[in-house]
Design a protein around this ligand. Structure first.
Ligand code: SF4
Length: 629
């Protein structure tokens, strides 16, 4: 295959044990089968992480990927992905964020890092690639470390850093880009820490060329205009993802006290968006090439938190995570977010860990002899203490630092029932209010959201048909999917919505729902204009399907079975009061039936969720490596 537009064309390979640095050409096979970004990362992870390697062993690999549209003027083309083996679940780790487009400008689509440095280091990727001493920054939080590295390499570098949590192998440790944008989920920061890799600094000046410049710019401008003119965009610029809090609260999807109580009207009084604005000065921030800008620089002005400053991504996630473990009020949430960000930890899972601990204490399953004398309560003071202690592995924090699965097992005494997780990750929303995004938590390889949104399809037949067309379905597909009492088969629809979203992820586009309002055929046109390769919507979806199967194959090789696609017990046994009515627990047989439908739609074995030998051969993965069943 000749040189394609969009792609830099190279994979950087770094072995931290030996110090060896080399590069490989990005093969045409990888591109045609898996597109880029998270898709190619899945295959590189499968190839570079030996079966049953321990997540913290030098054999584990960290694979960075930047999609083919990143670095171009395509709207929202800023997202990169880190894939590895997760210390939270023992299965695939994958986390995405903005601010790593510099890798493309430095000449690389992917970076594979294996081994373990014998002392703290950081990786400088520019015209040359160097492994540099990080002795002076080890121990610093993500902000201080980033500032120190900027002093050494220059402010023009993008810096990805771990904090004390990553250094201390806290299983929910994140990687923070440019002091605020987080690769938060599945513990990729802990894998970096296990390799003594404090940071990556990247800068390049190569630019990214596209094959058909005029066509590309016409399409990119048109798509930018379409997205920027969506009616809710001005509010998004003002409040970011906080705009979702009101609808979430109204549907009882914001939960308190370890997912036991739904937020009522008092929530919207405490978290009034006008109070948020009054209490702060803020500026909008945006990822590379985004026509929206849903992030903010925040400086709190009032009361005991006056002077609190941070740049915030996913403000809604920070808010509902903090609320679940008892943090109430805007500045209190901002403080929680700032601590997690500086220490380098995932808001959602840290909140799940703390909520579990407080509930265990409340129920007398743990007491002050387990907490080192600390009385745990649903308040910000308890939460801040535990956030600090988890990051530094102090007291009870040392147990919680091992993640929801292992921490609950270590505590024992039935604690596992209070560890609310999907493959080790704490969820958002109320899973009892089942919808495609929640259902996807069950079946995807990482336990993390697949970035699909229920509000996109609505309930009328007409809107559903429109939505399905946008996802690239044929009339025949719709006949199979638009059936049943709800007007659609949730499980089968989930598969299509996931694949659409994964196309965006592979191309390096933002997956926020406003980018999913575009017909997939237009993204195919844009990709074709960028690369010079003819690609239609069906081709993009097939590649996304391969990428998701590759992730599944990774887990199957590690021993995953249908049992791993499990709903936390709480949501199958306890209802929750929403307003005046009781939302009942989910029906186990109903959920099981959905899982079977989903497996069938993906072409997986409905009993085991395994992938056929033929499909494995197509993916280039070897079924011989699978454990005996
Ligand atoms: S919508 Fe928000 S998260 Fe997405 S690219 Fe734009 S600024 Fe970044």
């Amino acid at each position: 295959m000749g040189k394609l537009g969009g792609y830099a064309g190279n994979i950087l390979i770094v072995d931290l044990s030996t110090g060896s640095i080399s590069q490989l050409p990005l093969s045409g096979e990888l591109v045609t089968k898996f597109l880029g970004g998270a898709g190619i990362n899945a295959r590189l992870a499968y190839d570079n992480i030996p079966p049953r390697a321990q997540p913290f062993s030098p054999e584990n690999a960290l694979v960075f990927g930047v999609g083919p549209l990143v670095g171009t003027l395509a709207p929202g083309a800023c997202k990169s992905n880190i894939t590895s083996k997760s210390p939270s679940s023992g299965y695939l780790a994958s986390s995405g964020s903005g601010h790593l487009g510099m890798l493309k400008y430095a000449g690389y689509d992917h970076v594979v890092i294996t081994g373990k440095a014998d002392k703290p280091v950081y990786l400088k990727i520019g015209d040359d690639v160097e492994i540099r001493d990080a002795g002076g920054v080890w121990g610093k939080d993500t902000w201080a470390a980033t500032d120190s590295i900027w002093q050494e390499v220059g402010r023009h570098f993008a810096v990805l850093s771990i904090g004390p949590a990553g250094e201390n192998l806290v299983r929910d440790a994140s990687v923070i880009a440019n002091k605020y944008s987080a690769f938060a989920r599945t513990g990729v920061g802990a894998v970096m820490g296990s390799k003594n890799l404090k940071a990556i600094a990247a800068y390049g000046s190569h630019g990214v060329s596209v094959a058909h410049k005029e066509r590309f710019m016409t399409l990119a401008n048109d798509l930018s205009r379409q997205i920027a003119s969506l009616p809710f965009v001005p509010r998004l610029r003002q409040y970011g993802t906080l705009v979702s809090l009101e609808p979430m609260a109204q549907t009882g999807s914001i939960l308190y006290k370890n997912f036991r109580q739904a937020a009522g009207p008092e929530f919207l009084q405490i978290f009034d968006l006008r109070k948020f604005e009054l209490g702060m000065e803020h500026g909008t921030r945006s990822c590379l090439s985004c026509p929206v800008g849903c992030k903010h620089y925040i400086h709190w002005k009032e009361g005991e938190y006056a002077g609190l400053s941070l740049s915030l991504s996913c403000a809604a996630v920070a808010t509902f995570s903090a609320v679940n473990c008892g943090v109430m009020g805007w500045p209190q949430v901002l403080r929680f977010a700032q601590m997690c960000n500086r220490l380098g930890m995932d808001y959602m899972s840290v909140s799940g860990l703390i909520a579990m601990a407080i509930e265990l204490y409340e129920k007398g399953i743990i007491n002050q002899s387990d907490t080192g004398g600390l009385a745990l309560d649903w308040d910000a003071g308890t939460v801040y203490t535990l956030v600090h202690d988890i990051a530094h592995r102090k007291g009870l924090g040392d147990v919680l630092a091992d993640g929801l699965i292992e921490a609950s097992q270590q505590i024992g005494r039935g604690a596992e029932d209070y560890a609310i997780h999907f493959k080790g990750l704490s969820p958002g929303g109320d899973p009892r209010h089942l919808s495609t995004p929640i259902f996807s938590l069950l079946t995807n390889a990482t336990g993390h959201s697949s970035h699909i949104n229920t509000t996109l399809y609505g309930t009328t037949r007409e809107r559903l048909v429109k939505y399905c067309r946008r996802l690239g379905m044929t009339e025949e597909d719709m006949e199979r999917i638009l059936t049943g009492p709800e007007g659609y088969d949730m499980a089968r629809l989930t598969k299509w919505a996931e694949d659409y979203s994964f196309v965006l992820e592979c191309l390096g586009l933002c997956q926020m729902d406003w980018f999913q309002r575009i017909d997939i055929s237009l993204w195919a046109d844009l990709y074709s204009a960028a690369t010079g390769m003819d690609m239609d919507a069906a081709g993009l979806l097939q590649a996304a399907g391969r990428g998701r199967d590759m992730r599944k194959a990774f887990n199957i090789r590690e021993g995953a079975t249908r049992k791993d696609d499990r709903m936390p017990k709480r949501f199958l046994t306890e209802g929750v009061k929403v307003g005046e009515s009781l939302r009942p627990p989910l029906n186990t047989a109903y959920v099981d039936g959905l899982i079977t439908d989903y497996y069938e739609e993906r072409g997986w074995d409905p009993k085991e969720g395994t992938i056929s030998r033929e499909r494995m051969m197509e993916l280039g993965a070897s079924p011989e490596e699978w454990p005996a069943r």
